[in-house]
Ligand binder design. Structure first.
Ligand code: KIV
Ligand code: NA
Length: 263
């Protein structure tokens, strides 16, 4: 397999080929996922919940992110590895550059940050310095306390318009990828069509260019009630490799996410 880059993903979008992506936090799973055909891995700060057992992502540190990114990198050379910037590690452009330095030097190919237009200068500055950026809008988990819980975003007209404008601002700042989390499917479709850059959805319906799942959700081992938008692919896949392949095929065929996973 050749290296997956932002150009690869742009071609998929232009060709209308839906692609599946997943989170990973260590070398064994990143190798398993890459071998099964996953081309983009996110080292998400969701690790605060699924690995560390916290009730949200706020406790995760930059050093912890760097540690997991370096582990994931050792499992795969060709996968596009995205590293999450954790809570409060990108409050100013200056701090953003310091955080990005650690994540990129740990082996990330791209960094992801949560937020809209207020990140304009930071994203512009990162791309000017050679760091590819993935945006993240909608239910941005680092703002869970501001939202009053893990709630679907963008249901009111005003919120929806803000999300669309934020998405356009991120693209014009230089972001090359965007994650939309837990927003109505029709809004996600509208944003995906309005942008040139590829859009990856989680709880955002079937019309985004790609999908992402937290690996623990895909294997059905996340503690507590599984989120509505996730699916346990282990049941039909038989084993871990089969589960990933079933997920990849379901996304490529437009079968996942179905209406039952959608807001
Ligand atoms: O941290 C994470 O796993 C994420 C995805 C759910 C998009 O940000
Ligand atoms: Na995250």
């Amino acid at each position: 397999m050749s290296k997956t880059t932002v150009s690869t993903l742009l071609k998929y979008k232009q060709a209308g080929e839906k692609f599946a992506t997943i989170t990973a936090y260590d070398a064994s799973f990143s190798k398993l996922f890459a071998d099964a055909g996953i081309e983009v891995i996110l080292v998400g700060d969701s690790l605060g919940m699924v690995l560390q057992g916290h009730s949200d992502t706020l406790p995760v540190t930059v050093d912890e992110m760097a540690y997991h990114i370096s582990s994931v990198r050792r499992g795969t050379a060709d996968t596009l590895v995205i590293g999450d910037m954790p809570f409060m590690s990108y409050t100013t452009p200056e701090q953003t550059y310091q955080t990005a330095t650690k994540l990129m030097q740990a082996g990330a190919n791209m960094v992801k940050l949560e937020g809209g237009e207020w990140l304009y200068d930071s994203i512009r500055g990162l791309t000017e310095r050679g760091v590819p950026v993935c945006g993240h809008l909608g239910l941005t988990p680092q703002s869970v306390h501001l939202f009053g819980g893990f709630k679907v975003q963008g249901r009111q007209q005003e919120q929806a318009e803000k999300l669309l404008n934020d998405a356009k601002a991120l693209e014009s700042a230089g972001a090359q990828l965007l994650v939309l989390e837990c927003i109505p499917a029709d809004l996600a479709k509208q944003i995906t069509e309005a942008l040139t850059i590829p859009v990856i959805g989680i709880g955002a319906g079937k019309d985004t260019d790609g999908q992402i799942l937290v690996m623990h959700d895909m294997f059905g081992i996340t503690p507590g009630k599984p989120p509505k938008f996730s699916k346990n692919f282990l049941t039909e896949g038989g084993d871990m490799r089969g589960a990933v392949e079933a997920y990849i095929n379901a996304v490529a065929e437009g079968v996942f996410p179905g209406p039952e996973h959608t807001f």
